[in-house]
Write a protein that binds this ligand. Structure first.
Ligand SMILES: Cc1ncc(COP(=O)(O)O)c(C=O)c1O
Length: 455
């Protein structure tokens, strides 16, 4: 654990991490913001990680952290689980890219069709962003309609067709470099408001409704009971395709994703993260009649009118396929998902107990293998089980608190824990020892923030 040697959280952080600071000095000269992913930005600089194993990772200064990023959600068994690592190692010995079809892609696709209720056909993509891009194009091709509906705060990757209304003030307005025509084709609906969806669909011109099926950012604002069922009914009536973006929920909420968990089957679904076992990879899966738009037709004329071209150098890459097969096989019985859920529940309980005893008005909540911090609760939790945020208006619940989240992240890093400052993902590698260590570190970090006047 890095030692804090000066007063002031940021000074302590800076002093504790000289090797990371030195790497950042080089990085800022070549990368905008000094980072390669916006959510890895960190003031005064991010930590630079050198290796990882199980629930742990080590930075360039040799500090050990309990990791709650879990590969942006891609790791359900922690870092480097032997069964996935061995599958990748065996594959790498046989080549990394054949420029050809291969058996592992077939097996990988079969796993998805076996596990996921809507998956009659699928195509692999390089990322989740590519998958949502493809899903919307399929919906437009199938329905002959242009407009789509998405929800405020829901994130579907960074392509310009969906990077709309993700942040407050949640309006559909073109941002830097974004085509106004693309943004105009998207209607952003408020959360948990079936009436607003009904009005948006009323004109009969909506190709698709795309959503994260447990709410934005894996349930930062949980869905109200019956909402998914309502959406299924309304989209069916309107001839609109329902797309579940299961990039996070897929294989984390249940072996068949949020659609299996909820019993609501969408027309199309997108996957990435756990799908590829911690390596890059994504997929679009869904109804055979919709996916048919990726098929080449008999005549050239018909092909030009109806086929969506689909390329991608790394689609179904053999390494990702090997990791994906190992991963999907090992989550299929639901045991790993249950174990990660249980670990997350113990963390939520323990963290709320700490907040209750320290009388801090934050709340830790979540429904699956995750914990999130609501920094603006009306009062401290009454105890470990006081986790409900059902009464909080969605804009308040989804609001960011950058100062608090950065301060907490710095403080937990100084206590050997890393998460993104707002939300955390949990794996089967988060064992009772790791949980106890996390809770002790969280309690000290919170004490530090109280002294700093942040909590
Ligand atoms: C719900 C959701 N959809 C899509 C994406 C984009 O996936 P990728 O980062 O693989 O492009 C993400 C990434 O975090 C996501 O959380």
């Amino acid at each position: 654990m890095p030692k804090s040697t000066t007063s002031g959280l940021e000074d302590s952080y800076t002093e504790a991490l000289p090797a990371s600071r030195a790497l950042f000095e080089r990085a800022r000269k070549i990368f905008p913001d000094g980072v390669t992913h916006d959510s890895r930005r960190m003031r005064p600089f991010p930590i630079y990680v050198e290796r990882a194993e199980g629930a742990l990772k080590w930075d360039a200064d040799g500090n050990r952290y309990i990791d709650y990023w879990m590969g942006h959600g891609a790791l359900l068994f922690g870092h480097n689980p032997p069964h996935v690592r061995d599958a990748v190692r065996d594959q790498i010995m046989r080549g990394t890219h054949y420029g050809a079809s291969h058996a592992a892609e077939v097996e990988w696709g079969e796993w998805i069709c076996r596990l996921v209720p809507c998956a009659e056909r699928l195509r692999f993509t390089g990322t989740g962003t590519e998958a949502t891009h493809m899903a919307l194009r399929l919906a437009r091709a199938f329905t002959g309609r242009v407009r789509v509906v998405k929800f405020a705060g829901h994130f579907h990757g960074w392509h310009e067709g969906v990077e709309i209304g993700v942040r407050a003030p949640y309006t559909a307005e073109a941002e830097a470099g974004q085509l106004a025509e693309v943004v105009d084709a998207v209607e952003v609906c408020p959360l948990n408001d079936l009436g607003a969806v009904r009005s948006a669909l009323a004109g009969g011109d909506i190709a698709a409704l795309i959503m994260e099926p447990t709410g934005p950012h894996f349930g930062t604002v949980p869905l109200t009971p019956g909402f998914l069922e309502g959406l299924r009914e309304e989209t069916r009536k309107a001839g609109t395709l329902l797309i579940f973006d299961e990039v996070v929920t897929g294989f984390r909420v249940a072996p068949g994703g949020a659609q299996a968990h909820s019993g609501v089957t969408p027309d199309l679904a997108t996957f990435a993260k756990i799908l590829a076992g911690g390596l890059p990879g994504g997929a679009v899966a869904g109804r055979e009649d919709v996916m048919r738009h990726l098929e080449t037709k008999a005549t050239l004329e018909e092909t030009h009118r109806t086929k969506i071209p689909h390329h991608g150098t790394f689609n179904a890459n053999p390494l990702s396929a090997a990791a994906g097969c190992a991963m999907l096989e090992s989550i299929a019985d639901g045991e790993a998902i249950r174990a990660a859920n249980d670990a997350a529940a113990a963390l939520r309980r323990g963290m709320n107990e700490i907040l209750a005893s320290e009388k801090i008005s934050w709340k830790v909540y979540g429904d699956h293998s995750d914990w999130k911090i609501f920094y603006n609760a009306a009062s401290p939790p009454s105890g470990g089980e006081d986790q409900s945020v059902a009464d909080v208006p969605w804009k308040r619940l989804n609001a960011r608190h950058p100062e608090k989240s950065r301060a907490l992240r710095q403080a937990v890093i100084l206590h050997g824990i890393d998460f993104n400052g707002d939300r955390a993902l949990v794996s089967t590698a988060h064992t009772p020892d790791i949980i106890a260590e996390t809770l002790a570190g969280f309690a000290s970090a919170v004490g530090m923030l109280k002294k700093e006047g942040v909590a």
